[in-house]
Unconditional design. Structure first.
Length: 347
C-alpha cells in the first residue's frame, strides 16, 4: 500500500509500505477514507518528537472495516468507523484510577505504532468507533480532535448562560466554539489574527469576532463585557504569545483551560501573570481525549453531536488532497506558504 512515512526532521516520504495484517484476535483493519493533519503532526515534522524512523504518520481518521480478528464479533467487514488512535498501558497508577489521559505510557498511532496516513490502518477493536448513517467520512475524521476539545470542556466548571472566549481559531478553536455552545454558552468570542479563520468562526457560531492585530485581545473583550471579562477562556492557538495573553481574558474568579500546545518556552509578562493571582483564576490543563470506560464519553458525545448537526466541521475543511501531496503539503504548512485551516487527505 502507499503511505506517508516520517524519517527525520522535515523528511516525510510518500512510498510503498507493507499492509497491516491480523496478528491478534482483537485486531481490526480499516481502509482509510479520510485523514486529517493535526497540529501535533506539524510540530513533530518540524522538529520531531516520539517516533520511529520510517514510521507511517497520522492519527485522525475514518474509514471502512475490511478485516477483523477471530475474537471480534460486533464489528464486521463493511462497517463505517472512526478510530481512537490512543494506546494506554492499563497498569500505571493513573490507569488504575481510571484517569486514562494521564497514563504514564500514553502513545498514539503514528508515533510508535503505524498511523493512518495510509491506505490501511490497524487498531484493537476497543479503539473502534461505529458511525451512524448521517455522519460522513470527512466529518468522522474529526471525531478525534472534537473529543480532545470535549475532554477539555469536561474539565471546566462551565455552566449554561456563561460567556466564553476562544483564543486561536484553527481546528481545535473552531471545535471549541461549537462545544462552548453545546455546554450552554450564551455568547462566544472568537480571537485570532487571521480574518479567514475568524470568518469560519462566525460560520460555526461565534457571536463576537476579535482580530488581536488591531488591538490587544483583552482590551477588546473588556470593551464588549463592560470591563468584566469572560467566564471561561480557552487557549487553542498553542503559541507562546497567546499562552501568556489568555490570562487577561477571564473575569475575577474565572477559568482558563489550555487545549493548545505551544511546543516552545513561554515567557509570561508580569501583567498577564498577575491576572492569575489578582483575579484568583482557576487554570486547567487538558491532555488527549480519553477517559474511562475507554475510549470515553468524549467520543460518544462527539459522534452524537455530529449526528445531530450541532458540530459542523465542513466550514473548517480548507483542503482535500491526495496522499501523494503529503510531502509538499507539510512543507507548505511549516513554512506558512498559504492559508490553511483543516487539511484532509483522501487516500
Amino acid at each position: 500500500m502507499k503511505a506517508l512515512n516520517l524519517y527525520g526532521i522535515q523528511d516525510i516520504r510518500f512510498e510503498e509500505t507493507k499492509e497491516p495484517i491480523i496478528e491478534s484476535g482483537t485486531d481490526v483493519i480499516i481502509k482509510v477514507k479520510a485523514v486529517g493533519i493535526c497540529g501535533s503532526d506539524i510540530s513533530r515534522y518540524k522538529k520531531l518528537g516520539p517516533y520511529i524512523e520510517g514510521m507511517t504518520f497520522g492519527h485522525e481518521f475514518s474509514g471502512e472495516v475490511v478485516e477483523v480478528g477471530p475474537e471480534v464479533f460486533h464489528i464486521h467487514a463493511g462497517d463505517r468507523v472512526a478510530g481512537c488512535p490512543t494506546y494506554y498501558c492499563g497498569e500505571c497508577e493513573s490507569c488504575q484510577k481510571g484517569e486514562l489521559s494521564r497514563c504514564e505510557h500514553l502513545t498514539v498511532i503514528g508515533a510508535r505504532h503505524p498511523g493512518s496516513y495510509a491506505e490501511y490502518v490497524k487498531l484493537p477493536v476497543e479503539n473502534i468507533i461505529s458511525l451512524p448513517d448521517h455522519v460522513d467520512f470527512e466529518t468522522a475524521s474529526l471525531i478525534e480532535p472534537s473529543s480532545v476539545v470535549a475532554h477539555g470542556f469536561y474539565r471546566t466548571t462551565m455552566e449554561p448562560g456563561e460567556e466564553v472566549a476562544v483564543m486561536g481559531c484553527g481546528s481545535i478553536g473552531l471545535l471549541a466554539i461549537q462545544w462552548a455552545k453545546i455546554f450552554g454558552a450564551k455568547k462566544v468570542y472568537a480571537i485570532d489574527i487571521d480574518d479567514t479563520k475568524l470568518a469560519a468562526a462566525k460560520e460555526v457560531g461565534a457571536e463576537v469576532l476579535i482580530n488581536s492585530l488591531n488591538k490587544p485581545a483583552h482590551e477588546q473583550v473588556s470593551d464588549h463585557t463592560n470591563g468584566r471579562g469572560v467566564d471561561l477562556a480557552v487557549e487553542s492557538a498553542g503559541s507562546p504569545i497567546t499562552s501568556s495573553q489568555i490570562f487577561a481574558l477571564p473575569k475575577k474568579g474565572g477559568e482558563v483551560v489550555f487545549m493548545g500546545i505551544p511546543y516552545a518556552d513561554i515567557q509570561i509578562e508580569r501583567y498577564y501573570f498577575e491576572r492569575i493571582v489578582r483575579n484568583e483564576l482557576r487554570v486547567l490543563g487538558s491532555w488527549n481525549a480519553i477517559s474511562s470506560p475507554f475510549p470515553g464519553k468524549e467520543w460518544e458525545a462527539s459522534v452524537h453531536y455530529m449526528n445531530t448537526g450541532q458540530i459542523n466541521v465542513k466550514p473548517m475543511i480548507s483542503h482535500r488532497l491526495k496522499l501523494e501531496e503529503g510531502p509538499e503539503t507539510f512543507d507548505r504548512l511549516v513554512n506558512k506558504k498559504g492559508p490553511y485551516v483543516k487539511v484532509l487527505f483522501i487516500p
